[in-house]
Design a protein around this ligand. Structure first.
Ligand SMILES: Cc1ncc(C[n+]2csc(CCOP(=O)(O)OP(=O)(O)O)c2C)c(N)n1
Ligand code: SF4
Length: 288
């Protein structure tokens, strides 16, 4: 049986020392081993951004896609091979700016993909511009006088879009984050896990200390019920979205794969194409 070490490869991450994304990588590797996966049973698909590099740092199938498009690719992978566990990942710019349309529709489609967003409330790779998660007043190179746009409340947005699994964590809390990723993988449907993953180089406001002071752990909230959507929404609104833990889960709703008519029992990727080798090679050469 694989351990988290089997999900390591020889590529050295080039994230800045202290970047929150290191812990997210470790949590994915631990969660994959804890749920009993082998590396060839997992695909990690990512978009573009510092966080997007994560697909290259995990020993599994990996696809480093284009900016904001991890979810269309991840959904295609899942539809082609339903036996693979598919994780999509990227930054808050990737998923909540350019890729927001895909995020909303993947949520309401409830396709069985675990989406892990490394939310540092800034664009890291392009050297520090505001993201849709930046707070009002946040000063960056693109907003030298402070942002005048309000931050997107992504957890509330996910609830209203019909999400069946909504969770949030903090990258230093490896135990909680690993458990949430395990729960997301085991959830039969789309799971959104937003991870506060500080950018130590460009975001000097939302630092590790800032999160420690501001985050509320739902496990500390007496009798919090993650199966009650009204409670989930109220708790988010009362705490400015700054909560960690399993916020909401609906285990009743069927996933896309369970509902789609004629979806094959065996993975499409293993189906016989019923074409000759010459026809196959002709098709492949069209795309080369
Ligand atoms: C279509 C397209 N538009 C813009 C860019 C430039 N770009 C690259 S990464 C990025 C945003 C990075 O921020 P985020 O997604 O939050 O990831 P982080 O680097 O913070 O992990 C942008 C705007 C791009 N690569 N492709
Ligand atoms: S710039 Fe920020 S997000 Fe990018 S690797 Fe460095 S600390 Fe991480």
């Amino acid at each position: 049986m694989a351990t988290f070490k089997d999900f390591r490869n020889s590529v050295k991450p080039n994230w800045c020392p202290g970047c929150g994304d290191f812990s997210v990588q470790a949590a994915i590797q631990r969660a994959a081993a804890n749920v009993g996966l082998e590396p060839d049973q997992l695909a990690v698909v990512s978009g573009i951004g510092c966080s997007g590099r994560i697909s290259g740092y995990i020993n599994a199938y990996g696809f480093h896609g284009i900016h904001g498009r991890s979810l269309p690719i991840a959904q295609g992978v899942k539809m082609a091979n339903k036996d693979l566990t598919v994780i999509a990942s990227g930054g808050d710019g990737d998923g909540f700016a350019i890729g927001l349309g895909h995020t909303i529709h993947a949520i309401r489609r409830n396709i069985d993909v675990t989406y892990i967003v490394m939310d540092n409330q800034i664009y890291g790779l392009t050297k520090g511009q505001t993201s849709p998660r930046s707070d009002v007043g946040f000063k960056t190179k693109s907003t030298p006088q402070g942002s005048i746009e309000s931050a997107l409340n992504v957890m509330e947005m996910a609830l209203t879009a019909g999400a069946t699994f909504v969770a949030q964590s903090f990258s230093t809390d490896l135990k909680e984050l690993t458990a949430l990723i395990e729960a997301g993988i085991n959830h039969k449907g789309f799971s959104l896990i937003n991870v506060f993953s500080p950018c130590v180089t460009y975001n000097k406001v939302n630092t590790y200390d800032w999160f420690k002071e501001n985050l509320v752990k739902l496990s500390d909230v007496e009798s919090y019920d993650p199966h009650n959507k009204m409670t989930a929404m109220k708790t988010l609104m009362e705490n400015r979205g700054l909560v960690t833990g399993l916020i909401y889960q609906n285990t009743e709703q069927k996933s896309y794969q369970e509902l789609i008519t004629g979806y094959s029992e065996s993975p499409l990727s293993e189906s016989d194409l019923n074409i000759s080798e010459d026809q196959f090679n002709g098709l492949v050469s069209e795309f080369m």
